[in-house]
Structures are given as structure tokens and as C-alpha cells.
Design a protein around this ligand. Structure first.
Ligand SMILES: Nc1ncnc2c1ncn2[C@@H]1O[C@H](COP(=O)(O)OP(=O)(O)O)[C@@H](O)[C@H]1O
Ligand SMILES: [Mg+2]
Length: 292
């Protein structure tokens, strides 16, 4: 492209969020989606990543030749059925699972181990230390990983617990909290680290439908507030469309990229609209190899 556009960051975002781009569906290998990020460097670049697990009996290939870019302030979704390597990709970006081949770069540097610039929120409600209070849980990660003093860590923890609506629960222990509240603590703890990219692996999948919807709303409100960069794993097409601005579709055994689509035009309010339903349908067809 010959665009010499060097729009200021916010202008580029406006172009993405408010521009007239329709939901473009592109099957890799046939064309490259005209992403409106052409003037930006990716924050996270995943290039030709093959992931494998060695078991007693064999080698399990979890992903095959997966590539994608995540840009600053993206809400980037990995979407696909169970076994398509979503969690493995997230673990690899987090630095827990080195690629068998291919590279993962964050800010131009190859990811080789875990670090406080990438924090993961998991699905399980037991990711908090049960013997620590809510505030101590959030502070612990800050104190363990950084040079923040105790006072600053306490202030940072309180700030983010306020953001997730837990100001009355600083001194509560995890077992006294509902599943949704535990996930709010986990989100506050992750956000308090102020990572370059926040990684979430089906964080709402174990919640009831109403709580899940509320948590999606809250996550979007948090994003509006600070525009953090999010990489979010889900197997729910609806959740992907509601939360994401870009969606990577993966097919299983081994995980491969099926397509990448823009979904910035959808929100919680558009969930029942004909355009939303049509896009959900098209994603379903793409994922399950049916005729669109
Ligand atoms: N620890 C492991 N040991 C062996 N195989 C694994 C392990 N974790 C995942 N796999 C395999 O890797 C593939 C991708 O798994 P995963 O990343 O968990 O997919 P998803 O999160 O999309 O369900 C699957 O075939 C799965 O069985
Ligand atoms: Mg998984």
C-alpha cells in the first residue's frame, strides 16, 4: 500500500471504530484483510507458530503455522471449538510454552519466558490464593514481580479494585465471594500489573448467563476507560462478536487459522440484530467448513 498516512494514534482508532468498514471476512492465503492498522507496528506479532506437546506415547501438534498481529488497544479474540489450540497459543504468548517453530514478538522482542508485561486471567475460580484477602491477592502479584513499594502496591490494588466495583471487599477472603466476584478480583489483579497485553482464557465461561453478560459489559467499560490491549480466548461466537474488534477463527487438530474478521461494529446492544446474526452464521459456516 502506498499510504503514507501517519495519523495520530487516536485518529487511527477513530478510523477503525467509526469508519465505514463492513465486516470483512478473509480466508488467509486468498487475500489479506485490509486492516486499517497499516501505519502502526504490531504490539504482538505471532509468526508461523507451531506448538507441540510431547506425551509418553506421541507428539501432539496443538497448532500448525499460526500467524497473526495484535495492535495497541485491540480487543483481539481467538475463537474456535475445543482443541483448536486457543489455550496453547495464549500460554505461548504468556511465555509458558515455547513454540516448536516460529516466533512470538512483543514490542519487537522475541518472547522467551513469562514476564509481568503479559498477565493471564483464567476460567477457574480458584486462581486466587485462598489464605489472602482480596486486596492482598492483588498486591501480592505487584510486590512479587516489581519494584513497587508496599504503599504504592496498596494504592494500586485499591485503585483497580475500585474499577471492578469491589471497594467494599478489600478484606474479604476468596471463599466468601461469588464466582463473578472472584473473576473481578482476578481481573483487577491482572490490570493492576498494567501489562502490555492482558491475556484472558475463557474467563467468563464458568459463570451463569446473566453474570457472564454483566462481566462482558464491565470488561468493555474498563476497556473504554484505559484502552488496554486485550487478547481474549472464547469458544462462543456471540461473545467473540460482542467483545472483540478483531477475531481470529481457528479450526482444530491441529489448530490452524481459518480466517480473520473485523467485528468492531458490534456491541452488546447489537447482539440480536440481523447483521449480527448474519455474521454469527457466517462464522459458524467458516468454522465448520460449510457453504456460506
Ligand atoms: N498438556 C498437554 N499435553 C498434551 N496435549 C495437550 C496438552 N494441552 C493441550 N493439548 C492438546 O493440544 C491441542 C490444543 O489444546 P488447547 O490449546 O487446550 O485447545 P483449546 O484451548 O482450543 O481447547 C488439543 O489437541 C489438546 O489435546
Ligand atoms: Mg482452552
Amino acid at each position: 500500500m502506498s499510504h503514507s498516512l501517519t495519523l495520530p494514534f487516536q485518529a487511527q482508532r477513530d478510523f477503525v471504530e467509526k469508519g465505514s468498514l463492513a465486516a470483512t471476512v478473509t480466508v488467509p492465503g486468498t487475500a489479506i484483510e485490509t486492516t486499517p492498522h497499516f501505519a502502526m507496528e504490531p504490539l504482538l506479532a505471532v509468526k508461523n507458530v507451531h506448538l507441540e506437546y510431547a506425551t509418553d506415547k506421541s507428539i501432539v501438534r496443538a497448532t500448525h503455522d499460526v500467524s497473526f498481529n495484535v495492535y495497541p488497544s485491540d480487543r483481539f479474540i481467538l475463537l474456535g471449538p475445543s482443541g483448536c489450540g486457543k489455550s496453547s497459543l495464549l500460554k505461548s504468548v504468556a511465555g509458558f510454552l515455547p513454540p516448536h517453530s516460529g516466533t512470538i514478538e512483543l514490542d519487537g522482542k522475541v518472547v522467551s519466558k513469562a514476564g509481568p508485561d503479559r498477565v493471564v486471567v483464567f476460567q477457574e475460580f480458584d486462581q486466587l490464593a485462598p489464605w489472602k484477602t482480596v486486596k492482598q491477592n492483588v498486591m501480592f502479584a505487584l510486590l512479587a514481580s516489581r519494584t513497587l513499594g508496599k504503599k504504592e502496591a496498596a494504592e494500586r490494588a485499591e485503585h483497580y479494585l475500585h474499577k471492578v466495583g469491589l471497594n467494599r471487599f478489600f478484606d474479604a477472603y476468596p471463599h466468601t465471594l461469588s464466582g463473578g466476584m472472584k473473576q473481578r478480583v482476578a481481573i483487577a489483579r491482572a490490570m493492576a500489573m498494567e501489562p502490555k497485553v492482558l491475556l484472558m482464557d475463557e474467563p467468563f465461561a464458568a459463570l451463569d448467563a446473566l453474570t457472564r453478560r454483566k462481566m462482558q459489559e464491565e470488561l468493555l467499560a474498563l476497556w473504554e476507560d484505559t484502552k488496554f490491549t486485550l487478547m481474549f480466548v472464547t469458544h462462543s461466537i456471540e461473545e467473540a462478536l460482542v467483545l472483540g474488534n478483531r477475531i481470529l477463527l481457528l479450526s482444530p487438530h491441529p489448530g490452524r487459522v481459518k480466517a480473520e474478521i473485523n467485528s468492531h461494529q458490534f456491541s452488546l446492544d447489537s447482539a440480536g440484530s440481523p447483521e449480527f446474526q448474519a455474521t454469527a452464521q457466517r462464522i459458524h459456516h467458516l468454522l465448520f467448513n460449510e457453504q456460506a
